[in-house]
Design a protein around this ligand. Structure first.
Ligand code: BG6
Length: 494
């Protein structure tokens, strides 16, 4: 249930994420009449010296990124936004923040009622911010009130740092008030995985190692590192995308059916998957992992520079901008089923999808198309299209025993006037409602870092090379070989 009085305070409110995603999503919710009434928004940051400069910057960006921008509606929406110049480390700022919130909270005696602190900040600041919020009395839980604290991704850079940051914040905030962001959980088709799996007689009974040959989870991008070079060069694709978005998609596709749809039950099943990820063997990692880094090339006929020439990137950087990984889940349902994950920047296409390839079932007397085209393939496309397609075999017209793969297609955002809510709109809606199933539990974070750390360690031990690939291509050819060795192909390009 969404409470009526809410104050949303955004740390890092002047940063790019806030301007390009958070405020535009809040605007879209407002436009659709989906923002809680009496919600006030407060942006905190250092970049702008006063509120009108801040509001101008927000609306300038919103105009660029929103197709449904209207000046009048924006003005109405932005009436409830205020700004405070803020330095995370300055206690004076927290004192002023308290005063400001108190003034806005005239309806109740309790200051902490229904406050949401959204930390769109780097994780090394999480501890300091929560500590000072607590010190200035802003995190007190009372009977009917729940100061929620939201932590943007990434939650840490590896297991050690994640544990450290988590211990720091848990001193001041209980797990039930913590909302760790993975915006992929707000994407429509990722939420749809549940329904596809658990509401269709066609799929549930075959969703296991007896019928599934392999599953591929792919998220590729055309964009480079944009202005986030400093962060990205420390992170790389394994930490930036694999640890979070790709493993979250994996968990949604492979988890056991939850007892019910409560966040506790859903997260309990997801955590089991994260715990069951098999650590790679350093002896074999060269057959399971391909890392790459882009060099200059062209995308949509525009030439783009090499990763190492991007701003804030070290000239001799060995950070991977591409990763393809084969992994296994140690569970009865998934024994011996390979999962192939792939992600990269500056590739030829922006696309995210989950592809399930079923075991073949084919009468020997029928004439095959060229392998591997005759597999049954279930494709759940997350973006840019939102849809599901199923490839199956039919008779080739006019040819008696010859088969041809055909597709049944469902596309939900291809319909005219269909406006799919953006991921962050769903995330905010979940946050206001208190639906933690759209956020990651500490145990998910902990075990996913444990797994990613083990892959990175094995890669180092085995000296896995960083292979150059031209921007605008499919990435290193070695990623195709990774599957060829297993007699398979990536289904994203077929
Ligand atoms: C973010 C990563 O979490 O996800 C970015 O830090 C990446 O590097 C982005 O570009 C991709 O999100 P989406 O929604 O565009 O697929």
């Amino acid at each position: 249930k969404t409470p009526e009085n809410l104050q949303l305070v955004i740390f890092g409110g002047t940063g790019n994420l806030s301007r390009s995603k958070l405020f535009p999503s809040l605007y879209s919710l407002f436009r659709r009449g989906k923002l809680p009434e009496n919600l006030t928004l407060l942006g905190l940051g250092r970049r702008y010296s006063n509120e009108s400069e801040y509001l101008n910057a927000l609306s300038r960006k919103a105009k660029n990124v929103l197709s449904n921008y209207s000046k009048e509606i924006w003005q109405e929406f932005s009436r409830d936004i205020s700004y405070q110049r803020f330095d995370f480390r300055s206690q004076d700022c927290y004192r002023n923040l308290r005063k400001k919130l108190k003034k806005a909270d005239d309806s109740s005696a309790s200051l902490t009622s229904n406050l949401i602190f959204y930390l769109a900040a780097a994780p090394q600041h999480f501890g300091t911010i929560t500590e000072f919020l607590a010190k200035y009395g802003l995190l007190k839980s009372e009977e009917e009130s729940w100061p929620r604290v939201v932590f943007e991704k990434p939650f840490g850079y590896d297991l050690d740092s994640a544990v450290r940051y988590n211990n720091q914040v848990r001193n001041f905030v209980p797990e039930e008030n913590i909302y760790r962001i993975d915006h992929y959980l707000g994407k429509q088709m990722i939420q749809n995985i549940f329904v596809i799996r658990f509401a269709n007689a066609l799929f549930e009974p075959v969703w296991n190692r007896n019928h599934i040959d392999n599953i591929q989870i792919i998220s590729t991008e055309k964009s480079g590192v944009k202005k986030r070079g400093r962060y990205y060069d420390e992170a790389g694709a394994m930490r930036d995308m694999m640890q979070s978005h790709l493993l979250q998609m994996l968990a949604m596709v492979t988890m056991e059916p939850p007892v019910d749809m409560t966040p506790e039950c859903i997260r309990r099943e997801k955590i089991k998957i994260f715990k069951s990820l098999a650590s790679p063997n350093p002896e074999n990692i060269e057959n399971e992992l391909v890392l790459g880094q882009y060099v200059s090339g062209s995308i949509e006929e525009k030439s783009v520079q090499s990763y190492q020439d991007e701003p804030d990137i070290r000239k001799d950087s060995l950070t991977e901008t591409f990763a393809a990984l084969k992994l296994q889940i140690d569970s009865l349902r998934w024994q011996d089923v390979p999962f192939y994950l792939k992600t990269g920047k500056r590739l030829g296409e922006k696309r995210a999808e989950i592809i399930v390839e079923f075991e073949p079932s084919f009468h020997p007397a029928l004439e095959k198309n060229l392998n591997p085209d005759n597999s049954n393939i279930l494709r759940m496309t997350v973006q840019p299209k939102e849809g599901v397609s199923l490839q199956f075999n039919a008779k080739k017209p006019g040819k008696k025993h010859k088969t041809v793969p055909v597709n049944m297609d469902f596309c939900q955002n291809c319909k005219k006037n269909f406006n799919s809510p953006a991921a962050y709109e769903e995330i905010f809606t979940g946050l206001f409602r208190g639906d933690q199933s759209l956020f990651t539990h500490w145990q998910e974070i902990k075990h996913s870092w444990q797994f990613i750390d083990s892959v990175k360690k094995s890669a180092e031990q085995a000296d896995i090379p960083i292979i150059s690939y031209d921007a605008g291509t499919r990435g290193p050819i070695e990623a195709d070989r990774l599957l060829e060795k297993d007699g398979r192909v990536w289904w994203d390009e077929v």
